[in-house]
Design a protein around this ligand. Sequence first.
Ligand code: PMP
Length: 363
Amino acid sequence: MTDPLALIKPAVRALGHYTLPPRQARVKVDQNENPWELPDAFKDEVFLRMRQAPWGRYPEFVPRGLLEALARFAGWRPDGVLVGNGSNELISVVLQATVGEGVAVALPQPTFTLYASMVTTLGGRVVTVPLDAELRFDEGALLAAQAREGARVLIVCSPNNPTGSHLDEPALRRLLRAWQGLVVVDEAYQEFTGWSAVPLLAEFPHLVVLRTFSKAMGLAGLRVGYLLARPELATELDKVRLPYNLNRFSTIAAELALERYDELLAPLVARLIDERERLAAAIAALPGFLPYPSRANFLLVRSAWPPGEVHAALAARGVLARDVSRYPMLAECLRVSVGTPEEGDLVLEGLAAFSAARTGGGA
Ligand code: PMP
């Protein structure tokens, strides 16, 4: 009998298994979610619309209402929008459509780990381009990677997970002008920056923008993401997308979130930005901890002590942060999501107690 594992592609066998332990915590600041549940009135409205919708029929082949609402929301055209089961699915769509055996994909590192594992699964070649010593994007190194390695696809996550690094408009324009291939900008955390690459779509036919409902929009549990590109490109990418990939329930909830964005979600985003700044200043004042500048809803924190030990001390207080010390260049780092101010206080108390215990301070 053939060992079924022998049929798994060697590139897949060689991959690490990306997984997260199912850990509950009083303060869950490990996945950059929106800490505030949407109100019951919002959920009731989704249930009502869902009750009136047919469950036994497939959803629309093209969810036109949602595509139009997304186009209005993002400032783009409906025929240049695709929706996915989370933006993860759309990362997969873009890579499936572009990456085959030996195709080089440039990835600034450290970044979201999924890109590299998908490229590898597809037989592509990951061209790693380190961030600079301050964890900023290194434009020169990116362009050099294109010239040296023939990289044709570039994925830039801005703000970048897990560093919070941000690519500003002049830098992105320079990259787009110089890049001979596809530039994918993952804007999973865009709502927290106030700036988007979307207006550049009109100018640059090789730009793809990815967004999600999992962070600012408060719907991580319903798995909705979207992609924006020029219609010609969106049509090609759409050939790879599975039919009916977004279920009716998530479609309805996403439509309602867009309808209610200004009233329900924008104020929460503003509060999270204020809270991010408060947390960053307070962490910077703690001996041994240094947050990096962030335009997202999380902070990367450099620690004078092993991140695993800080993580464990926080966990003992019911605070679940993310130990990112296994990412390249981040051996001394943890990542904390920005939660409610009450959660922020508990994160700060935990870090302050750890710092005091290790530096011989009070408290
Ligand atoms: N891109 C980035 C940069 C992310 O951090 C995440 C989630 N952690 C995703 C994409 C995936 O988001 P989604 O829930 O939309 O699949």
